[in-house]
Design a protein around this ligand. Sequence first.
Ligand code: PEP
Ligand code: MG
Length: 315
Amino acid sequence: ALAAQVRTFTGPGQTADGHRVELLANVGDPAASKAAAAAGAEGVGLFRTEFAFLDRDEAPSIDEQVAAYRQVFAAFADRKVVIRTLDAGADKPMPFLAGDGEVNPALGVRGLRTAAQHPDILEDQLTAIARARAAESADVWVMAPMVSTVDEAADFVAACARHGLDHAGVMVEVPSAALMAGPILAHATFASVGTNDLVQYTMAADRLLGAVAHLSVAWQPAVLQLVAATCAGAAAQGRPVGVCGEAAASPALAAVLVGLGVTSLSMTPRALADVAAVLASVTYDECRRLAGLALAASSAADARATVRGELPVLV
Ligand code: PEP
Ligand code: MG
């Protein structure tokens, strides 16, 4: 019933002149992966695994995790599934990992930083991912949230390699990771920009706080400059960059992201058809021109108005 409400997208995603852009789905549990497959997503660009850990007194067993991950991999047989390791902390608190009364949880032990204090949780999760992958045919990529240094990236990639997981990447959600994308991607095989957090950390604006919502906009030229820096660093290493934050679901912004050099966009399945339609209406050169206009704007409102004014399909 849920799938029927979603306008089906028939891929593949591409610009008017055939420049490929993978259009992928964000999924938060096995049921969502079935709806995403029904909506026509080419794959999964962000499989959030927090659902398996929420509302529990302790971490799920390896077997429980394998069973859950297999369902998502099975829904995307022979297709790409990017699974993210646990992103606990800040806006996703986990009782059994209680960060000891941190004053600034968004700047504290969250995402991959949790692994330094609870190495067993990452180890078990990578074990479960490797087992689930061996049992299914999906093309499984693994990525870590909240990476902020080259060393963190290198350690994560090495941990994945010990489990036979060779497609190991990082989320770029912190300005330091965007600025260090080149050296980070000398280790990691791909990057995925999490614009929700990248906006939060670039603008110093809590993503959950209404009073600063006017700052929390992915059209901010500063944020777009960091996406451009990520793409430049990745290009130097020959690595792909995706976007899996909410920005990817905005059709006009999607065209800008493609123009900045992003090669896949991952979003809520209901956005796929609209994003695909706008991309099909512009050439890659036009996307690059739009990206240049957005980068040169002096405000988020300016960037958005200028780009939207240039996209007849939106007018
Ligand atoms: C993001 O930060 O953009 C992202 C995709 O991750 P989450 O929203 O789960 O923090
Ligand atoms: Mg995030």
